[in-house]
Design a protein around this ligand. Structure first.
Ligand SMILES: O=P(O)(O)O[C@H]1O[C@H](CO)[C@@H](O)[C@H]1O
Ligand SMILES: Nc1nc2[nH]cnc2c(=O)[nH]1
Length: 297
């Protein structure tokens, strides 16, 4: 049996504390809301007032972004008066990081005082009713790597973060999902859906058979992120809201000439970004304090 330090050497509580303290000593902002920008959605960070920017490469223990469309910086500021921290660029399994490393920012955010996580991503639409440009509120996820034991909570549990066996049936906060529906209705957005996100390892996009299988399993959209971050955020007692921008339709038909590609993913982000910024900023303005700390100690 590996010891805690052998398993999670540089992702330990002490390392997260060091990084959180370093950030807190370099900014006046005390964030209660964390935002993760998905592929092509980095513009969400530009909503923050009085931004203070830290390159990932300057932050102790922080991984680096390697994917086009992920700037690789942490932005602190206020959004409608609420103190926020925004990841302009996230980490993915396919970049070669251990799963504990790609989810490390969630724990650092928790130690900085973040109570609510808002996560965004670009995803392929499996649901045949979905169109490119639709936005799917995530109500649940299917963690495909998790079935093979690839879970960010695998290894010794540190009770200071959360319990050994955290509940995930309430991973995506019901009140925040309702708030998103209400705000979208007020804004007249007719492109909002709600569905199940399936995470896969990537970086290759899915085969036709894989898309068909995921759809049959109950997934409405497929991507390569978010679910791992949500698992770690929920473990630490933060409430989570997540949405997928449907950047392409997953290819389900052997006669189709369509091909998934990252350029289309980034372009869809550009088209919808302003509307998503509006949705997220109004939601943040209406956030109540999080009392939903049931998994954490
Ligand atoms: O999930 P985000 O970071 O939005 O990125 C999505 O877009 C990339 C593929 O184009 C993959 O990384 C996929 O996960
Ligand atoms: N796995 C996966 N990730 C995506 N990100 C954006 N589109 C897709 C897709 O079709 N499949």
């Amino acid at each position: 049996m590996l010891s805690m330090s052998e398993c999670v050497s540089d992702d330990s509580y002490e390392e997260c504390r060091t990084t959180a303290d370093w950030l807190l000593s370099n900014t006046q902002v005390r964030p209660t809301v964390g935002i993760v920008c998905g592929s092509g959605l980095g513009g969400l960070a530009e909503m923050l007032k009085d931004p203070q920017v830290f390159k990932y490469s300057d932050i102790p223990n922080f991984p680096r972004s390697t994917v086009h469309g992920h700037a690789g910086q942490l932005v602190f500021g206020t959004l409608k008066g609420k103190p926020c921290v925004c990841m302009q660029g996230r980490f993915h399994l396919y970049e070669g990081y251990p799963i504990q490393k790609i989810t490390l920012p969630m724990r650092i955010f928790k130690l900085m005082g973040v109570e609510t996580m808002i996560l965004t991503n670009a995803a392929g639409g499996l649901n045949q009713d979905y169109k490119v440009g639709d936005v799917m509120i995530i109500k649940d996820h299917i963690n495909m790597p998790g079935f093979a034991g690839i879970n960010p909570l695998a290894g010794p549990n540190d009770d200071r973060f959360g319990v050994r066996f955290p509940c995930m049936s309430d991973a995506y906060n019901r009140e925040l999902r309702q708030l998103a529906h209400d705000v979208a209705a007020e804004l007249g957005y007719d492109f909002l859906k709600e569905g199940v996100y399936s995470v896969v390892g990537g970086p290759s996009f899915e085969t036709i058979a894989e898309c068909r299988m995921l759809h049959r399993l109950g997934a409405d959209a497929v991507g390569m992120s978010t679910a791992h971050e949500v698992i770690v955020a929920r473990h630490a007692g933060m409430r989570c809201f997540a949405l997928s921008l449907i950047s392409n339709r997953a290819v389900m038909d052997y006669d189709s000439q369509e091909k998934a590609n990252h350029e289309e993913v980034l372009e869809t982000g550009r088209v919808r970004s302003q509307q998503l910024e509006k949705l997220v900023s109004i939601m943040v303005a209406r956030l109540e304090q999080n009392n939903n700390d049931d998994n954490a100690f």
